[in-house]
Design a protein around this ligand. Structure first.
Ligand code: SAM
Length: 290
C-alpha cells in the first residue's frame, strides 16, 4: 500500500455478545481484518470497541453507509447493545502497527489464543494463532470460550473429533492440538470453510474441513463439538446423535437459557443425558452422552 494512502478508522462500541457479529460486518469493509478493544474489567453494556480501517477513497462514503445499515439490521437480533458507528481520519501512516498493538492474546482454559503476528506465549498453555476479522470464532465469544474450556479438560488423546459449525476452525484446531487422532470440521458457510482450512494450516495441524452440516458426515466420533444456536441444535439433534460413537461425548453450545429446555428435550429424545453443564452470561454449554 502506498505511503500516501489516507485511512479512515470506523469504530463501533458493542456488548461482548455482539462483538463477533459486529466484527463480521466491519471485516467486509476493513483492510486487513478488524481489531477489538476489550475493557480491562467489563461492566456490561457496549464496552468493547470493534474497529476497522479502510482506504479513504471514492468508495469510502458508500462503504461506511453500508456498514451503518448492516449494523442497524443487526440490532433487530437483540444480541446486546451496539453503539453508534464513529468515523475518523487516521493520519498515522503506521496505523497498521498501532492497530496490531491493540489486539491482545486471550487465555481460555489451557489455550492461549493470539493473532498470527504476535509471538506471545504463556508457560503451560497451548497456543492457537488466529487473526481477528476472520470467520466466527476468534475466542472472544462466551460460547466459544465455554467450548474451548471443554476441549481443555476432555481427554482427546487418540480420539476422533467432529466439529459441526467449525467457523474459524478454532475448536477443531484446539482438539487437534490436544492430541485428537483425527479431526473433521464442517460448516455450511463456504467462507468459514476456507478460513478454517487456512487457520489449520497456519497452526500446523491436520483438520479435514468440508462444506456442509452434520448430516453430510459419515462415521462416528468419540467427541462431537457443536457450537451452533438452539434452533439449529434442535433440528440437528438426530444427526449429531448418529455421529456419536458409543460412550462418546457431545459438547453442545450456543444455547440461550431460554432455549435450554427445548434443546435438552431434543437430545433426551435421542437417548442422550447431561453429564456437565456450564452457564455464563445467559449462555449454556452442555456435555451429553448416551
Ligand atoms: N465453532 C466456532 C466457535 O466455537 O467459535 C464457530 C461457531 S459459530 C456460533 C456457528 C457456525 O456454525 C457458523 O460458522 C455457521 O456458519 C455454522 N453453521 C450454522 N448452521 C450450521 C449447520 N446446520 N451445519 C453446520 N454449520 C452450521
Amino acid at each position: 500500500m502506498a505511503a500516501s494512502t489516507h485511512w479512515l478508522e470506523i469504530a463501533v462500541p458493542a456488548h461482548v455478545e455482539a462483538v463477533e457479529a459486529v466484527s463480521e460486518i466491519l471485516s467486509r469493509y476493513g483492510h486487513n481484518g478488524i481489531a477489538v478493544e476489550v475493557p480491562v474489567a467489563s461492566r456490561g453494556g457496549a464496552d468493547h470497541i470493534v474497529k476497522a480501517y479502510l482506504v479513504d477513497d471514492a468508495d469510502a462514503f458508500a462503504k461506511v453507509a453500508d456498514a451503518r445499515d448492516a449494523l442497524g439490521h443487526l440490532q433487530a437480533f437483540g444480541l446486546g447493545p451496539i453503539g453508534e458507528l464513529a468515523v475518523r481520519e487516521v493520519e498515522d501512516e503506521n496505523w497498521l502497527e498501532a492497530w496490531k498493538a491493540t489486539i491482545t492474546p486471550i487465555q481460555v482454559g489451557r489455550f492461549l489464543v493470539r493473532p498470527t503476528w504476535s509471538n506471545a506465549s504463556v508457560a503451560g498453555t497451548i497456543t492457537i494463532a488466529l487473526d481477528p476479522g476472520m470467520a466466527f470464532g476468534t475466542g472472544l465469544h462466551p460460547t466459544t470460550q465455554q467450548c474451548l474450556e471443554a476441549v481443555s479438560y476432555l481427554d482427546l488423546d487418540g480420539l476422533r473429533v467432529l466439529d459441526v459449525g467449525t467457523g474459524s476452525g478454532i475448536l477443531a484446531i484446539a482438539a487437534a492440538k490436544r492430541g485428537a487422532r483425527e479431526v473433521v470440521g464442517v460448516d455450511i458457510d463456504p467462507l468459514a470453510v476456507r478460513a478454517a482450512r487456512e487457520n489449520a494450516r497456519a497452526n500446523e495441524v491436520t483438520v479435514a474441513v468440508h462444506e456442509g452440516s452434520g448430516a453430510d458426515v459419515d462415521g462416528t466420533f468419540e467427541v462431537v463439538l457443536a457450537n451452533l444456536v438452539g434452533s439449529v441444535l434442535v433440528q440437528a439433534a438426530p444427526h449429531l446423535r448418529a455421529r456419536l460413537a458409543p460412550a462418546g461425548s457431545l459438547v453442545a453450545a450456543g444455547i440461550t437459557t431460554q432455549a435450554e429446555r427445548e434443546v435438552l428435550s431434543a437430545f433426551v429424545a435421542e437417548g442422550l443425558g447431561v453429564v456437565d453443564r456450564d452457564a455464563r452470561a445467559d449462555w449454556v454449554r452442555l456435555i451429553l452422552t448416551a
